[in-house]
Design a protein around this ligand. Structure first.
Ligand code: HEC
Length: 343
């Protein structure tokens, strides 16, 4: 660069003060336009003044995009997460850009929901057939038919105008434990057990929130007043919850031999509830991966064709350098000097 600079400086001095007429004559004689010669002069000036380097400038922009902006974004996110309660964190398989559900955990989670939570909490938006769909617990058709048939569904009216009950079918929605919200609240001391169709999404950091809440039951600190039917929970906003602790070690019995610690059960049912709130998560992640992959291929192709198209012109720096050399030779010859003695 330094070498180049002194060379450029020399060249600049040679042509800078020439009259316009001379410049015109010069450029004509050696086959490039006056505009190009003037451009050449301005480029030389720029380089000499700022030590400007085109490649370095681009590199700096790329480094900024790759490293500095993500750091700013991540730290902004972290400071947001730092507010509020410190939830228990679990490593969830479905987290991240390409996460998928742990199939076995989803199945156990359904069992926990069915045996423990479904007595109070509905999942109105889920149908039994969803349990067999791809990206979910993926029970077989036979299994799901058997699951649905365990429930009694109110249907009708029949020809006599009367409602009747029949065993559940694949197309039925999950049955509601209570006929309406009032009945649900009345059965739970006035608190309504929220529907779980979207609960995991509706709460901030839903998975960790539900997991923490299930494990957050404690003795109330001394002097903390709790009414009848109200329990102390570390992670409930306000610490008071009207749901008795639903889980304990061994609360369910898993057929696949997984340990039934409270933590494991909480993890499984949370996984199930996250799926229930977002049954298409895996399909979306898969699509995201495809798009990502496609974009990388596309970007590579575009880059390669750009290189190919522009290779005819040489890089900007090289091209400039060539023009400078040409001008240098032209000026020197014009003045009757031997280019070789020019240093
Ligand atoms: C005996 C009835 C009952 C059972 C069984 C039950 N819950 Fe609840 N649950 C409630 C009630 C009532 C509330 C509302 C509590 C409140 O608002 O104070 C609640 C609230 C919750 C909340 C808090 C929702 C919010 O608003 O942030 C979560 C999470 C929850 N239950 C999860 C579960 C899970 C998971 C199970 C099964 C393992 C379960 N519950 C079993 C009655 C029950």
């Amino acid at each position: 660069m330094k070498n180049n600079n002194s060379k450029h400086f020399h060249l600049l001095r040679k042509i800078f003060n020439k009259s316009n007429a001379t410049k015109k004559e010069l450029s004509k004689e050696f086959g490039f336009s006056l505009r190009k010669l003037n451009y050449c002069i301005s480029q030389l000036q720029k380089q000499l003044i700022t030590g400007d380097n085109f490649v370095l400038k681009k590199l700096k922009i790329i480094i900024k995009i790759l490293f500095i902006y993500p750091i700013i974004i991540i730290s902004a996110n972290n400071s947001m997460a730092a507010e509020g309660l410190d939830l228990l964190k679990n490593k969830w398989s479905f987290e991240g850009l390409f996460g998928t559900f742990d199939r076995a955990s989803l199945r156990r989670g359904y069992q926990v929901y069915n045996e423990v939570c479904s007595g109070c909490h509905s999942i109105k938006l889920l149908s039994y057939r969803n349990l067999s769909e791809k990206g979910g617990p993926e029970f077989s058709m036979e299994e799901v038919k058997a699951i649905a048939a365990q429930f009694e569904v109110t249907d009708g009216p029949n020809e006599d105008g009367e409602m009747f009950t029949r065993p559940g079918r694949l197309s039925d929605k999950f049955v509601n434990p209570f006929p309406n919200v009032k009945a649900a609240a009345a059965a739970n001391g006035g608190a309504y057990p929220p529907d779980m169709s979207v609960l995991a999404k509706a709460r901030k950091d839903g998975a960790n929130y539900i997991y923490s809440l299930l494990l957050g039951y404690e003795e109330a600190p001394a002097g903390y007043e709790l009414d009848d039917g109200v329990y102390y929970n570390k992670y409930m906003p306000g610490h008071k919850i009207m749901m008795a602790e639903p889980l304990s070690d061994g609360a369910v019995e898993y057929i696949d031999g997984t340990e039934t610690t409270k933590e494991q059960i909480a993890k499984d049912v949370t996984t199930f509830l996250v799926w229930a709130a977002d049954p298409h998560l895996e399909a979306r992640h898969k699509m995201g991966f495809k798009v990502f992959f496609y974009l990388i291929i596309l970007l590579t192709l575009v880059y390669l064709s750009k290189q190919k198209v522009w290779s005819r012109f040489g890089s900007k720096g090289e091209e400039d350098e060539e023009t400078f050399d040409k001008v240098e030779r032209a000026v020197t010859e014009y003045e009757g000097e031997d280019p070789k003695t020019f240093k």
